[in-house]
Design a protein around this ligand. Sequence first.
Ligand code: NAD
Length: 313
Amino acid sequence: MLTSVVTGGAGFLGSHLCEALLGRGQRVICIDNLVVSTLENIDHLRDDAFTFLNHDVIEPIAIDEPVDVVYHLAALASPVDYLRMPLHSLKTGSYGTHHAVGLAKWKRARFVLASTSEVYGDPQVHPQPETYWGHVNPIGPRGVYDEAKRYAEALTMAYHSQQGVDSAIVRIFNTYGPRMRSYDGRAIPTFLRQALASKPLTVFGDGSQTRSFCHVDDLIRGIILLAESSEHLPVNLGNPDEKTLLELAETIIRLTGSTSEIVFEALPVDDPQVRQPDVTRAKQLLGWEPEVALEDGLRRTIASLRHEARVAS
Ligand code: NAD
């Protein structure tokens, strides 16, 4: 039986990854300090093959059994979180990545770093291939997230080239699906929360900035394929279907049948104008392509939110 460690495993993507790995018959050790998540996301994973460790990866990680893959997802990924805890963001990206990749080195395990499209910053190249080095403001408010990930990528490559760690880097573009936190400040959960409560949808700027949204099932499938490959250089995973934020808001109003209106608010500092992955490498190396269309994925997410609301009431 393969054993995987998932840091940040109680978070949105981490909990889906733990579930998918258990579904593949693996043993899963989930590490999370619950700084921004709760055990609710992994409550349903009651399985002898599943272990939860409440641990901050800023501190060394000790695991007393063989490990085959370390997936390092722990991070303050949402703007509301890293703006509130900037130092924790930098420490998780630096000390946390040292400890996670160090664990992989010690166990001779494959190491998969969850990086981000934010390493490209406000991109001057569109769509973004992995060869583009980015345009990031290190001292702006988002620098504590973007630079933490850029440092984590540099560290991962150094462990690979100097110490022979079998590493991989996935640059994740905006992903959505069930278990996103309604108040995490990201566009889809915010619009869904507002639309379902018949409140105005708050679009930043004039809504002409673009994003590309990937359904969580597609993303998790891609991450596992990457872990199973022998690739070491960064690989973009995301859905190239690009939409403006205004289009997204209108689609969510239509799909929820909401009566909400759209209101416009000031653009956040250093908010990227465009974002679209070039997924050619993922197609060539992994045979991976997104399969869930945005409207279909949104319908599934809305159904899951409505189900949760019924259970809670
Ligand atoms: P999330 O906030 O839902 O999950 C992150 C988890 O990490 C949380 O459970 C949190 O408690 C945990 N964590 C944070 N600091 C920790 C620490 N020091 N020690 C232990 N646990 C810690 O975020 P997510 O959306 O699931 O993102 C997962 C990973 O994917 C992150 O690395 C993020 O940067 C990356 N990513 C996500 C997206 C996306 O669209 N969701 C896009 C790009 C990159």
